[in-house]
Design a protein around this ligand. Structure first.
Ligand code: ATP
Ligand code: MG
Length: 427
């Protein structure tokens, strides 16, 4: 009696990256690692799980992420309150403090990996997604702010993207934000009738975030609200202008977006986003900014810092609109065999081919030559090595070239002890 077993499924908003897609991911990661190394950035890896408190403190209680997007749970073994990282910065800063990295010198670091946010899944918005996160810890700027942006412009060039626009803003310092906040709350009180529920809830706790709304019926209100930029003092303005001067030197175009606030609470001075029109509603490919207060908030010796995060799914979506899917073959050589002795010989020879650096698949299991040839073809291999009874007798392998240009070539017969060097030279 057989009972059908229910098929298990992955979680909504969490995508599987299949072998056919992974080549593009790996190529992007490789490009990114080389690009980051060329500016002196070094990789750092921290755990996916952290204490919830880290994100509550490091991102801000009244933010989208902490209010409603975190995957948090209580460890059933000891009652710890834990959260799957919704972004990298807090964990990287936590680890830098914990390992006393920030005492003697600044650090340029990066991380690449998955982050988790409980959002409504749609194109460009997933519940597990991946970020390239870059942080310059211990640098006061404005030079490093500009360096990060110039660096990003180079990445877009490397990737052949020429339609990613830069928007920047300055969030000033906390006293400037406080002065603006009073004016903003007064303004929001006057326009209470157009504020949606979320805006009404946030107008006193995080009024700046109200301006970041995507609600179409609040756009007029947000556009005409008092601008934080108009409250900046001379030092903040000088910082902003120094960043702009360096962008001008580098020939990078930008627009001031005085409404940009970014999703995290701890930003000050420079904030920026790179945006494209090619991804529909989720057009922000990269967001970043300065967060001089965070290291102290997380218990470290006060130190300035600036960084950004790139959304990899969105970036790959953009790249793949320009390029065909990379078809990466499974192997270069596929070994076909018939009979137990031939199979054992195949495994020995394959090891020799791999010693020569050839990626090699030995057909697994036993099947007819015809179906083995089909597999060989599907693998993308350029050559098939064939081991049958007569090959074993003569201690020679037959080599058949599989790709279009080579179909005219006759099958060749190569002595076992010559095979690896022969194929190494020809493949
Ligand atoms: P958004 O306004 O789109 O929600 P955000 O301000 O929450 O973005 P950040 O926290 O700045 O985003 O994250 C950096 C980058 O990560 C974004 O610019 C975007 O490219 C990407 N990103 C953010 N949320 C998601 C998501 N749910 N799925 C896929 N990519 C995302
Ligand atoms: Mg968000």
């Amino acid at each position: 009696m057989s009972k059908s077993v229910q098929k298990l499924r992955g979680l909504t908003g969490m995508k599987d990256i299949l072998p056919g897609e992974s080549a593009q991911w790996e190529q992007l990661e490789q490009t990114v690692r080389t690009w980051l190394a060329s500016y002196g950035y070094r990789n750092m890896r921290t755990p996916v799980l952290e204490f919830t408190q880290l994100f509550a403190r490091g991102i801000g209680e009244v933010t989208d992420i902490v209010e409603k997007e975190m995957y948090s749970f209580t460890d059933s073994l000891n009652g710890d309150k834990l959260t799957m990282r919704p972004e990298f910065t807090a964990g990287l800063v936590r680890a830098s403090i914990e390992h006393n990295m920030l005492y003697d010198r600044p650090h340029r670091i990066y991380s690449i990996g998955p982050v988790f946010r409980h959002e409504r899944p749609q194109r460009g918005r997933y519940r597990q997604f991946h970020q390239i996160d870059v942080e310059a810890l211990g640098f006061a700027g404005p030079d490093v702010d500009a360096e990060l942006i110039i660096m990003l412009a180079r990445l877009w060039r490397i990737l052949g993207l020429n339609d990613v626009r830069l928007e920047i803003n300055s969030l000033g310092q906390s006293d400037e934000r406080a002065a603006h906040r009073d004016a903003l709350i007064a303004y929001l009180e006057q326009h209470k009738d157009v504020l949606d529920e979320e805006a009404q809830r946030r107008m006193y706790t995080n009024p700046l975030r109200v301006l970041d709304t995507k609600n179409p019926s609040m756009q007029d209100m947000a556009n005409n609200a008092p601008k934080l930029f108009d409250y900046l003092g001379p030092e903040s303005l000088a910082h902003y202008e120094a960043v702009c001067a360096r962008l001008d030197d580098a020939g990078i175009a930008y627009t001031l977006n005085p409404r940009m606030v970014r999703g995290l609470d701890y930003y000050n001075l420079t904030v920026f986003e790179w945006v494209t029109d090619r991804l529909g509603a989720q057009g922000t490919v990269c967001g970043g900014g300065r967060y001089d207060g965070l290291i102290e908030v997380l218990g470290g010796k006060p130190a300035p810092a600036v960084g950004f995060a790139i959304g990899m799914e969105r970036l790959l979506d953009l790249i793949s609109q320009d390029q065909d899917q990379l078809a990466v073959p499974e192997c270069q050589v596929y070994v076909i065999h018939q009979g137990d002795s031939a199979q054992r010989q195949a495994m020995r020879l394959a090891e020799q081919l791999r010693d020569q650096g050839l990626t090699t698949i030995v057909h697994a299991g036993s099947s007819g030559f015809k179906s083995q040839f089909k597999r060989a073809d599907a693998s993308g291999a350029v050559a098939a090595v064939i081991l049958g009874e007569s090959e074993l007798e003569q201690q020679h392998a037959s080599v058949k070239w599989l790709r279009a240009d080579d179909t005219q070539q006759p099958q060749e017969s190569i002595a076992f002890d010559q095979l690896a060097t022969y194929l190494h030279a020809k493949v």
